[in-house]
Write a new protein. Structure first.
Length: 146
């Protein structure tokens, strides 16, 4: 009888742990989703300094296959997209995943022209940095087939 109670107790505790892990995963995914949305808003709001606050010091962005390594190189290249009153493109996540460790996230989604035409699909990797903030460590985009 004792073994039966022990077995039931272990099964119940395993179920609670699994539910807790699922809840934590959902919360982490939502954190990463909200970071991506806020990141995209910096482009719409024309705030380059705020845009760069979402980028890790060790980030790598690929632009037409050429890597931009480090925050300084990324800033130098991306400032051109903040010239003018209107953003040259917009994006939003439609898929978000988080690693089992809860320290890496991946977002992907459509990129639109100012006219609303689908022009690219972005892929970003996020890292939960030691200060507790999610920042992009890898970013790339691919043209979509028409």
């Amino acid at each position: 009888m004792r073994c039966l109670f022990l077995l039931v107790g272990l099964l119940v505790s395993g179920t609670v742990v699994a539910q807790t892990d699922t809840l934590k995963s959902a919360q982490l995914k939502e954190q990463v989703r909200q970071r991506e949305i806020a990141f995209a808003q910096t482009m719409a709001d024309r705030k380059p300094d705020l845009f760069m606050s979402f980028v890790s010091e060790e980030a790598v962005f690929l632009n037409d296959g050429d890597p931009l390594v480090g925050k300084e190189a990324i800033a130098a290249h991306w400032m051109r997209y903040f010239e003018g009153e209107k953003a040259p493109f917009s994006w939003k996540p439609d898929q978000v995943e988080v690693s089992g460790s809860g320290t890496l996230g991946q977002t992907t989604g459509p990129v639109y022209s100012p006219e609303g035409k689908l022009i690219l699909r972005f892929y970003s990797t996020w890292k939960l940095e030691p200060d507790g903030v999610w920042r992009i460590v890898f970013d790339n985009g691919y043209m979509v087939c028409e």
